[in-house]
Write a protein that binds this ligand. Sequence first.
Ligand code: SIN
Length: 315
Amino acid sequence: MIMKKIDISSTINRIKLSSCIMNASGVLCSTDQELSNLLNSSTGAVLTKSCTSIPRKGNLKPRYFEWNMGSINSMGLPNFGIDFYLNFLEKKKTKKPIFLSISGLSIEENFFLIKKANLYSKITAVELNLSCPNIIDNEEELGYNFYKISDFLKNIFKFNKKPLGIKLPPYFKDKHIKKMALILNQFPIFFVTCINSLPNGIFIDTKTESTVIKPKKGFGGIGGPIIKPFALANIRKFYTYLRKDISIIGCGGISCGKDIFEHILCGASAVQIGTQLMKEGISVFERLEKEFTIFLQKKNYTSINNFKGNLKSFQ
Ligand code: SIN
């Protein structure tokens, strides 16, 4: 039997990716070694840990826990500061698109970070994280503030020249997604990433009758297989409401090739791997690529464009 060649390349707006699979920001993408591993892996792009203007230690440990269905974290944006990531990238020779994730703790800090990223040619795009749920004493995440975000974006696009995407929190109501999409549609945004972890979850160890992470009395962001239905729903709704040139990167609950298929069927152009990367390490990308390719072969698809966004409603 002759096997058809399966092409899993993709584009995020005008950015070409040799593979639609990449890492999620936050997981194994903070240090020199972790970023080098990602650059040498089969991912279609590399995303850095969300950075701030100066280094941060993050929240107290333990701040990450995983079980068979998912993970809970309250990392608190530990990172080496933007200069570390910019210097690292300046030194590296790579053809892979590089996405710099930034997550300023204030609107002003985000302006500063975006301005700085604009000066570096090695950065293909910026993923602006407006959805980190783990900052102690912070105001509500900007991704949930429909009033502030419009003005904020208006000011960013007065000076920003880099391809820019936004990492969004999960939304649970249709009207909220519609509202956010209407706002985003007014700006030259390249992509959105759906979704960050589900905020304010809790996991209990019944033996000790205690929470399992220390910060915020045990409340943290939930990721992994348990959140996949919410990721798929957000992708699908944003795919319906966003301008067609705004690509969607799916993130949430991917642990096998079939999960990637589901994200793309809902409308994602690429996918990010978080919890599963943490569980399995860098080899996860080869396994997922293989599983996804075999899945497409069985379906007789040769490229992700054969099925992207084509989810049918039950008749
Ligand atoms: C963290 O560092 O707290 C996680 C980042 C995020 O959820 O955006």
